[in-house]
Design a protein around this ligand. Structure first.
Ligand SMILES: [Zn+2]
Length: 409
């Protein structure tokens, strides 16, 4: 149980910003002797530093232990069908370097893996990081994913991807432990790690990428579902009179309010034309440029989308009795002026609105959301003291488990 207790102590130090050994014993429930032993190991490994003293009453001043933020680093790779973002994150969540490369929609997996590997190397070089301090690479990928095998199955917005063993392939090309999760799960992990310190709570992260998904946190715990694919909301109907969807319904999120659908609407309405960039990211930006410039048709598309997002927010809020709704994704800074008001306006219609309010916020990570989320997967796996993570650590030899052991040793 040594490594588990060590994780508990490290987690308490990280979340507090600095604690004495006496406070650590009180916060963790461990004995004073166990805390002293663990702190000796953490100091020797360079994870924590002694940083000044605090006076409590008339007793001996207590030495504070603080995290050494750069003792270990994590790489995050966010694969969005529009943009691949790679970030290098330290233990305090500071983004030391970020690389972005466009993902052409036709990109085939081997080229994508080579591109991602180059971007990982570039981020490590830009952050002047010692490779030996890197815990691993977290990959946030569009679903559906096969968590157990580390495979990206058949993402609807990446038509050339069929059962790509991204975890294994990237581990081979980077030489680093790699773990994979669905993009919205990574976003939810990031919010629990950095977005709301000390808060448990029940929240949803509405992630607006090329499509739209939701990351779920119930009572402080990230919800992955039985196979890692919770949060697929693409076929929630937000406009019963909307366009037909391949699933047989009308007006699903996927065909009405997802950015890829907005681009389609813009092209059909003639707001976007042959001069518009062919990639989704470029076309979304072009659409919002037109709306910002006062184009009535572009504004109509965007405002309808905002209303649809509000309906979606209401469904998710009622389903889980949320106390917090976070919105984000690579386009969020462009969407926010149009969406924030409409989405916040749904709250009075929530089933529990007379009991409690729902806090609606944009992510604090801005456009770095994806890369920070992906890197947070590594830190969460390495440092969080969730009992489930412990079970995995004892049981298997997956990259997740190896990452944990690398930290524990
Ligand atoms: Zn549908």
């Amino acid at each position: 149980m040594g490594s588990y207790n060590q994780t508990v102590v490290l987690d308490a130090i990280r979340r507090s910003g600095g604690l004495s050994r006496v406070e650590l014993a009180a916060a963790t429930g461990l004995s004073a002797q166990a805390v002293t032993n663990i702190c000796r190991r953490l100091l020797a490994a360079g994870f924590v530093q002694e940083a000044g003293t605090t006076n409590v009453g008339r007793g001996k001043p207590r030495t504070l232990l603080r995290l050494d933020a750069d003792a270990r680093l994590a790489v995050g790779v966010h694969v969005d069908p529009a943009v691949v973002s790679v970030g290098l994150l330290n233990l305090e969540g500071a983004l030391l370097a970020e690389e972005r490369v466009a993902t052409p929609s036709a990109l085939d997996p081997p080229r994508a893996i080579a591109t991602i590997t180059d971007a990982v190397d570039a981020a490590i070089a830009a952050g002047q990081a010692d490779r030996g301090r890197i815990l691993g690479v977290g990959v946030a990928a569009p679903g559906p994913v096969d968590l157990r095998r580390g495979v990206v199955a058949n993402p609807p917005n990446l038509p050339q991807w069929h059962h790509v063993p991204l975890r294994k392939d990237l581990a081979a090309t980077t030489g680093l432990p790699v773990l994979l999760d669905k993009d919205v799960t990574a976003a939810a992990v990031a919010e629990t790690w950095w977005g709301s310190p000390g808060r448990g709570g029940t929240m949803a992260v509405l992630y607006i990428g090329t499509g739209i998904g939701v990351g779920l946190v119930v009572d402080g715990k990230v919800v992955r579902g039985s196979s890692g694919n919770a949060g697929e909301i693409g076929h929630v109907v937000v406009d019963p009179d909307g366009p037909y969807c391949a699933c047989g319904q009308r007006g699903c999120v996927a065909v009405t309010v997802a950015p890829v659908a907005l681009v389609e609407q813009g092209r059909r309405a003639g707001v976007l034309d042959a001069r518009t960039p062919s990639d989704t990211a470029g076309a979304v930006v072009a659409l919002f440029d037109r709306a910002d410039a006062g184009d009535v048709v572009a504004r109509g598309i965007v405002e309808d989308a905002a209303a649809g997002m509000a309906r979606l927010a209401l469904v998710v809020t009622n389903l889980l009795d949320l106390d917090r709704l976070v919105l984000g994704g690579p386009f969020w800074s462009r969407l926010e002026p149009y969406y924030a008001g409409a989405v916040a306006g749904f709250r009075s219609g929530a089933a529990a609105h007379q009991i409690h309010d729902v806090e609606v916020v944009g992510t604090s990570f801005g456009e770095h959301f994806g890369a920070v989320g992906a890197a947070s997967l590594v830190l969460d796996q390495a440092f969080s003291a969730h009992p489930t993570a412990l079970v995995e650590d004892l049981r298997d030899d997956s990259p997740r488990a190896r990452t944990r052991r690398a930290v524990a040793s």
